[in-house]
Design a protein around this ligand. Sequence first.
Ligand SMILES: *Cc1c(COP(=O)(O)O)cnc(C)c1O
Length: 228
Amino acid sequence: MAIIAKEQLRANLDEIIWNIEEARISVSEHHIVQLVAVGKYTDIENIEMLYKLGQRAFGENQVQQLKERTNILKELPLQWHMIGSLQKNKINNLIDLNPTLMQSLDSLELALELDKKLKAKSSKMNCLIQINSANEDTKSGFSSQEAYDIYQTIKDSCTNINLKGVMSIGANSEDKKLIQKSFETTYDIYEKLQKDGATICSMGMSGDYQLAIRCGSNLVRVGSALFK
Ligand SMILES: *Cc1c(COP(=O)(O)O)cnc(C)c1O
């Protein structure tokens, strides 16, 4: 980790915003995409600098890091997203941090436990379910087959969780076609869930965010391409 020069950060951000713009316009002028800057590999100084350059939404994959950073930067009007797997013993910590969006609800057990603890604290949380759309052993999340039904189950039984949509990580492959297929699978599920109020389809990282947007993503999570 190191401090990145302001001009470098500005150039990285400009390039990514430009690429997002190009991809989203190819879908529709009305297709709006949110950029979440993933800070997990970078220093907090770079997050603060990126905020000064206009970025508001940031993502972290560990509750501990999220806690430290939200605390240090609490004077800034930032939106914090939790994007990593949540251990059961960290649920209360996460609730206390009141994230804008928890993107990585990856098991029914976790959803039930989170809901129980939210109720105990009279809190609510905006969440996405994580879909393992390429059915990879190395990834957590619901299979594409079960995702639709699970969404209904969580929506009906976890009343303190506000389900907002889906999140997925593209297939881990060099083959663009395979990655595209995994995004299309996630998007199909998202499309069906729109009647249940789903509004967020979170797909796309540094290596594949333009492709993800062309497949319908409206939230991209970009880390290494921003903080380089
Ligand atoms: C690390 C991470 C990202 C960002 O990855 P980059 O390839 O560095 O852009 C996005 N989403 C999740 C869930 C992550 O863990």
